[in-house]
Design a protein around this ligand. Sequence first.
Ligand code: NAD
Ligand code: ZN
Ligand code: ZN
Length: 378
Amino acid sequence: MSGPLSTGGVDMRRREDVMRAVRLTHWGGPPVMTELDRPSPQGEEVLVQVEAAGLCGSDLHVIDAARGALPYRTPFTLGHEVAGRVAEHGPDATGPGIGERVVVYGPWGCGCCGNCAAGAENYCDRRSELDTSRAGTGVGLGRDGGLADFLLVPSGRLLLPVGDLAPTQAAPLSDAGLTSYHAIAGIRPALGDADGGGTCVAVIGVGGLGHLAVQILRATTSAQVLAVDVREEALALATDCGAHFGTLVRPDTAEALRRRTGGAGVDAVLDFVGTSATLGLGSSAVRPGGALALVGSGGGELMVRKPGALPPGLRISLPFWGTRTELEQVMTLARAGAVTVATERFPLSRTLDAIDALRSGKVRGRAVLIPAEGLKQS
Ligand code: NAD
Ligand code: ZN
Ligand code: ZN
């Protein structure tokens, strides 16, 4: 178990035995940059030297959570979008070899239930047990994450080789890309196949996840993509990513979206915000028999009732992260040039600045923290 370095007395550890880590030490934050012992992998564990770690809107929700609201124990290291190089194997480790570039598959389930065995650890059947024991939902979510120089991964099964993808691309693909890809898989029946044509999808919130969703939709469907955000810069990014139409949130946004479809309503909505306001917007813009994927963790509520105000036949999904196979698929799209993460790079030492930038809506695409940046070469 790693512990903070003592500040008094003589520290006999060598520099290579310690590492920096951005830790959530108490609910409400702010996170703290600490020095910890560099972990040593045991059993099946693998130590990864972090090359890039993305900062997600969920990190803000986690930092801001009230004590007891999430089933995690503090302190833990944040960072759930991680790419790097395999640095060290535990004696029983399998998977990618030392020095290989990898991305971390972030939802860490029990590893053996039906869903985990099928590569869908995001839907581990033992999730409620993991929650009750406060064992964490995945990397950087109750378990030590990748906003650090090194990350201890429980098993090689949670690592995928990235080949020639840059770490700054691979890291955000493991959540912003994967979650968007998985959410789109859930609404695909409403959108028809890639050459079907004639369907419309609204993307609400074009930040880290949303800008990748727009690109994945363009690459894998023929739907018209209608982007909605509260920031002009986000709409400009949506256009760069291939959206056909963009609108700021206004009182008549639902009608504006419906007008684009000739009045019937959009075939599907991807809500990357998840407040009551965006759920209200999405559900009033979607057509009967359409689909609404609630991805954002904005804590909003939508009344589901029959008879009620929702369009008949509406299919609502609550996607969480994605499967290992889908991570491979989204990386394949990126390697083919069909999906590119818009990144803003920060050295790991400036993580708190990156958090402030994300909080104040100043990030275009994804903020990515880079441990090696800004370090003095010795
Ligand atoms: P982000 O901050 O990068 O992007 C959010 C975007 O939404 C921004 O462009 C912002 O301007 C826009 N926005 C904010 N309020 C809006 C409103 N009322 N109407 C329209 N647009 C609005 O965040 P992100 O990293 O893309 O994450 C988005 C959400 O998805 C967060 O709530 C996060 O917790 C959640 N998330 C869920 C999963 C999952 O598995 N379900 C995975 C990752 C992130
Ligand atoms: Zn996330
Ligand atoms: Zn499981």
